[in-house]
Design a protein around this ligand. Structure first.
Ligand SMILES: NC(=O)c1ccc[n+]([C@@H]2O[C@H](COP(=O)([O-])OP(=O)(O)OC[C@H]3O[C@@H](n4cnc5c(N)ncnc54)[C@H](OP(=O)(O)O)[C@@H]3O)[C@@H](O)[C@H]2O)c1
Length: 237
C-alpha cells in the first residue's frame, strides 16, 4: 500500500483516543482521506453514525471501548459500510456480530493485535517449529517483556504464539517467561536451545504505529468483501 496515484479512500474514524489518533496520523500516506472523526461527545448513543455524515466514506475504523463497540458496529452495519474493529473485549458477542454481518451483507475485520509484524512472526514461528520438531536436542521456549504497567502475564501474544507452535512440537513442553519492567512496548522471543548453540526468533514492537499500520492494511483489504474476518485470517498460508 502506498500513496499511489489512485483516488484516496474515504475513511471514518470512530474513536479519537490513542489509537484513533495514531491511525489519523498515517492514513494520508497510506492512500486514505479522513472524512469523519467521531469521539464520545459527537457519537453519543451512535448519534454520529448517520447517512448525512457518512457521505464520501468508503470504510470505517473503530477503536473505542468495549461498552460502545457493539452499538457502533450495529449503526455502521445499518449504513452498509464495511469496517475494521480494533476495540478489544467484546468477542463474547461474536455470534451476535456474525448475525449482523449476515443480515446486512457488510464486511468486518476484527482482532486484538493488528501488528502486521506480529502476524508474520507467528507464521515464521510455525515454520521454525516444524523445522526444529525433528531435533529434540533443541528445547523450545518463549520469553516476553513489557512495561511495568501491563497487568496480565503471560501476554496474549505469548499465549497465541505457544498455541501456534504446539501442534508442530507435539507434547513437548514450551515454557514461557515474563518480565515486567520499565517502558518496553513489547518484545517476544521464541528460542530453541541446545547444549551446543541457540537459535532465537524475536519480534520487537516499537509502539502504536504498528497497530495503526495494520488497521489501515485491513481497511484496504476489506473493501468490497462480505463476511466476518479475523485479522490473522489475512495472513493465513
Ligand atoms: N487491535 C489492536 O491491535 C489494538 C491495539 C491497541 C489498542 N486496542 C484496543 O483499542 C481500543 C481503544 O484503544 P485506545 O488506546 O485508543 O484507547 P483510548 O485512548 O482510551 O481511546 C478510546 C476512545 O474512544 C472514545 N469513545 C468512547 N465512546 C465513544 C463513542 N460512543 N463513539 C466514539 N468514540 C468513543 C473515547 O472518547 P473520549 O476520549 O471522549 O472518552 C476515547 O477517545 C481498546 O479496546 C484497546 O484495547 C487494540
Amino acid at each position: 500500500m502506498g500513496a499511489e496515484s489512485r483516488q484516496p479512500l474515504g475513511l471514518a474514524l470512530i474513536g479519537h483516543g490513542k489509537m484513533g489518533r495514531a491511525v489519523e496520523q498515517i492514513a494520508p500516506a497510506r492512500g486514505f482521506e479522513v472524512r469523519l472523526v467521531l469521539d464520545e461527545d459527537s457519537n453519543r448513543d451512535g448519534a454520529g453514525i448517520v447517512p448525512e455524515q457518512f457521505r464520501g466514506v468508503n470504510v470505517c475504523i473503530e477503536f473505542t471501548t468495549p461498552g460502545v463497540v457493539l452499538d457502533n458496529i450495529r449503526h455502521v452495519a445499518a449504513l452498509g459500510c464495511n469496517l475494521v474493529v480494533g476495540t478489544t473485549g467484546w468477542t463474547g458477542h461474536l455470534d451476535e456480530v456474525r448475525g449482523i454481518v449476515d443480515r446486512t451483507g457488510i464486511g468486518i475485520v476484527y482482532g486484538p493485535n493488528f501488528s502486521i509484524g506480529a502476524q508474520l512472526f507467528f507464521r515464521a514461528a510455525e515454520q521454525a517449529a516444524r523445522v526444529f520438531a525433528g531435533f529434540p536436542m533443541y528445547e523450545p521456549y518463549i520469553t516476553e517483556m513489557h512495561h511495568r504497567f501491563k497487568k496480565d502475564a503471560p501476554s496474549g501474544t505469548a499465549l497465541e504464539l505457544k498455541g501456534r507452535i504446539q501442534p508442530a512440537l507435539g507434547d513437548r513442553e514450551i515454557t514461557i517467561g515474563s518480565v515486567r519492567a520499565g517502558y518496553v512496548p513489547g518484545v517476544h522471543e521464541l528460542g530453541f536451545d541446545s547444549e551446543a548453540d541457540s537459535v532465537i526468533l524475536r519480534h520487537t514492537a516499537r509502539g502504536r504505529q504498528g497497530f495503526a499500520e495494520g488497521a489501515l492494511y485491513a481497511a484496504q483489504w476489506v473493501m468490497g468483501k462480505k463476511g466476518l474476518f479475523a485479522f490473522a485470517d489475512l495472513f493465513a498460508a
